[in-house]
Write a new protein. Structure first.
Length: 192
């Protein structure tokens, strides 16, 4: 019975796949350019202000992935799910600002003693999977011809880490220095 079922299922798989593809292609005719696929997918972006702005302009968006939405990106299962989401939903732009708290220049002066420096290295090692997630997402996006923005302070030590350097050293990637205040951007809570 299982051999018969396997034969029937495999014989039907190709036609069903072709029908499904045809139905999907036809359904695309009724979707506008703005809603065809997500324009923005924020990862580690806090409350998702960029996503809100895109949505207010009528563009399709994906739900941001951040701890405030219940997505613990330190969990390998959540990181794997983010990669699957990106492969399936094909966002045009990923905006990812990995955590900068342990990588900033102030950190180097607050962790002074050898013991504190060792503790800082351990804490940074725990954040490496987030940097590796950025690298993986960058490869997915760039292979498809889409875009990714990695955001961190200019003097961040994370920019010297292997996963980030591998992305930054690609010919199709560019580094841009910009000051948010020069663009008129302000913190919505404090007004700074």
């Amino acid at each position: 019975f299982s051999a018969l079922l396997g034969t029937v299922a495999s014989a039907m798989a190709a036609p069903l796949n072709q029908m499904g593809t045809g139905v999907y292609e036809c359904s695309r005719a009724f979707v506008s350019e703005k809603t065809e696929r997500p324009w923005i997918y924020e990862v580690c972006g806090g409350w998702g202000a960029v996503t809100e702005e895109f949505a207010s302009q009528g563009y399709a968006t994906a739900r941001p992935k951040d701890i405030i939405y219940g997505d613990d990106l330190y969990d390998p299962k959540i990181r794997a799910q983010v990669k699957i989401d990106v492969q399936i939903n094909r966002p045009r732009l990923i905006l990812m600002g990995w955590p900068c708290r342990l990588w900033g220049s102030v950190t180097n002066i607050t962790f002074v003693t050898p013991e504190e420096k060792q503790m800082l290295r351990r804490l940074r090692r725990k954040e490496k999977p987030i940097l590796e997630l950025f690298e993986d997402l960058a490869y997915i996006q760039l292979a498809r011809g889409d875009h990714i923005i990695g955001e961190n302070p200019l003097w961040s030590k994370a920019l010297d880490e292997k996963p980030i350097l591998k992305v930054l050293n690609r010919e199709d990637c560019h580094v841009l220095r910009t000051d948010a205040c020069a663009r008129g951007l302000k913190d919505p809570a404090t007004g700074d």
